[in-house]
Every structure is written in structure tokens, then in C-alpha cells.
Design a protein around this ligand. Structure first.
Ligand code: PMM
Length: 274
């Protein structure tokens, strides 16, 4: 049987995330939200304490720890598979000690030179994303001659660097980093070239959920396009990404993507039975 694409549900413990506006800021509310996502079929909950939306300012490390660790402890205490969305080695270290099984680093290890050492020490799974700088500068760095070739080359460089620091190949998951130093055209090109990302030989995660490039196609069609109205388009990306055999999708609305992936899975299995 073909292995199913996993659903990673987002629990942002931030007051300023672009897509859910800090709705889940309170620790208890974040924990309750994480539980709901698990009930809806999330395979992993991704806990984040720092917004990465374009233009966002950095959160002090102490505050990020205070936001994230209690939620990680509560979620892992209930047997959930927890990932932590952080660019900081100290937060990754504390989260892994608190029971997280995966670190999701949108900077691919570039934001904090200590990140590879922490991953090597814990042996934890690591989502390595393509990144060209923090939120305040990333829009200006969305300049490519051939986006796919450049993203693949830069991801490969990061893989080499973290492997040299002692991280094993089987710890690594790659993410093209949609929206991170990329405009809508770049995102669509990378999705269309997903097979090339997969060909690097690592599991692939896609994070398209509620992003601006989905809002743009909805707006062009005259549909509601604010982040809260992007979940159906997100589920469509999940189905198509699952059809391409990605390892996981990172989404805010879990229920829609769980169904979308069921459909893609049944379709793929019928193809494989031929
Ligand atoms: N996007 C966001 C945050 N974390 N992690 C990964 N691996 N891939 C992504 O595309 C990604 C991410 C931004 O979205 P949010 O502000 O809703 O969390």
C-alpha cells in the first residue's frame, strides 16, 4: 500500500500570525485547539511561538519559550506527535527535551548556527525549508532567474551543511518554503516542479495553507479572498500534493485536508492496483 500523506495541523501561539490573528494566543486555548486538530485527524501538531508573516518582528527567545513549551508538554503528555516551528536552537533543544519529535525550521538552519548541533544531539526529525532571510527582508530577496534550480541548489547546500554537522539523512524532510522570499509566480513554479524537489531524495513537506498566493487566485475570480476564506483552496493543494506523493502538508484547517488526502490516497491506490 502506498503510504498516505500526513497532515500537520498548525497551532500558532502568537498574537500576530497573519492567518488566524492571534486567536490561539492563550496557552489553554492553544492546547484545546491542538486537541481539536488531532480529533479532526491531524497526524502531527505544529506548535509555533513566532510569526513569520512578511514584515513580522522577531519575538524575544524567552517569550518564544514561554509560549511554546507549555503547549508542547501538554500535547506530548496526551501522546500526540508534536513538531515545533522555530528558528532558534535553544527553543528546539527545550522542545525536544519536552517531548517534541520534530523541529520545523523555516530558516533551514540559517537563522541560528547552533541548530544543526541540537538536531545531531537529539537525533530528531527536521523540516529544512528554503529561506533567504527574516520576514523584514524576504520580500526584497524574491529575485530568481530560475526559481526551481536556485531553490534546489540552495536546499542542497543546506543539506550538506547540516549533514556535515552530524545530522543523519533520515532525519531530514525538505520544504520549498512557499511564500518565503517567493512571490505567487515562484510558488506556482515550485508546486509545478514538485517532482524535482522530491528527486533530491528526501521526504517533502508543503506549506501552502491560507497563503497570499491562494488569496490572489480567489480575488482574481472575484471570490472571498481573506485568509479565513482560503481553506478550500488549501485543501485542493493538499489533494494535488498528496497525488504527487509528498510526505506531509502543513495546514490550518485539518478536516478539509484530511478528506482531500483520503481522496488522493484512494485514487493512487487504484492506480497502483492496475
Ligand atoms: N509557513 C509558515 C510557518 N511555518 N513551516 C513550514 N515547514 N513550511 C511553511 O510553508 C511554513 C511553516 C507561515 O504560515 P503561518 O504564519 O500560518 O504559520
Amino acid at each position: 500500500m502506498t503510504s498516505r500523506t500526513l497532515v500537520m495541523g498548525v497551532v500558532n501561539v502568537t498574537p500576530d500570525s497573519f492567518s488566524d490573528g492571534g486567536q490561539w494566543f492563550e496557552t489553554d486555548v492553544a492546547i484545546a485547539h491542538g486537541r481539536t486538530l488531532l480529533e479532526q485527524g491531524a497526524d502531527i501538531v505544529d506548535v509555533g511561538g513566532e510569526s513569520t508573516r512578511p514584515g513580522a518582528e522577531r519575538v524575544p527567545e524567552r517569550e518564544e519559550l514561554d509560549r511554546v513549551i507549555p503547549v508542547v508538554e501538554a500535547m506530548t503528555g496526551r501522546g500526540a506527535q508534536v513538531s515545533v516551528d522555530t528558528m532558534r536552537a535553544a527553543v528546539a533543544d527545550a522542545a525536544l527535551a519536552a517531548g517534541a519529535g520534530l523541529i520545523n525550521d523555516v530558516s533551514g538552519g540559517l537563522a541560528d548556527p547552533d541548530m544543526p548541533g541540537v538536531l545531531a544531539a537529539h537525533g530528531a526529525r527536521y523540516v529544512l525549508s528554503h529561506w533567504r532571510g527574516h520576514s523584514d527582508v524576504m520580500t526584497g530577496r524574491a529575485v530568481y532567474t530560475d526559481v526551481t534550480a536556485e531553490v534546489l541548489a540552495e536546499l542542497s547546500d543546506r543539506v550538506r551543511a547540516i549533514r556535515a554537522a552530524g545530522v543523519r539523512a533520515d532525519q531530514i524532510v525538505l520544504d520549498p518554503g512557499l511564500g518565503f522570499a517567493k512571490n505567487a509566480k515562484h510558488n506556482w513554479r515550485l508546486l509545478a516542479d514538485l517532482d524535482q524537489v522530491k528527486a533530491l531524495g528526501y521526504p517533502v513537506l508543503i506549506g501552502a495553507s491560507r497563503k497570499r498566493f491562494l488569496g490572489q487566485i480567489l480575488a482574481e475570480a472575484g471570490a472571498e479572498s481573506l485568509p479565513a476564506f482560503r481553506d478550500r483552496a488549501t485543501a485542493a493543494v493538499s489533494a494535488l500534493a498528496a497525488a504527487k506523493g509528498v510526505w506531509a502538508v502543513r495546514v490550518h484547517d485539518v478536516a478539509g485536508s484530511v478528506d482531500a488526502i483520503r481522496v488522493a490516497q484512494a485514487w493512487r491506490e487504484a492506480e497502483n492496483e492496475r
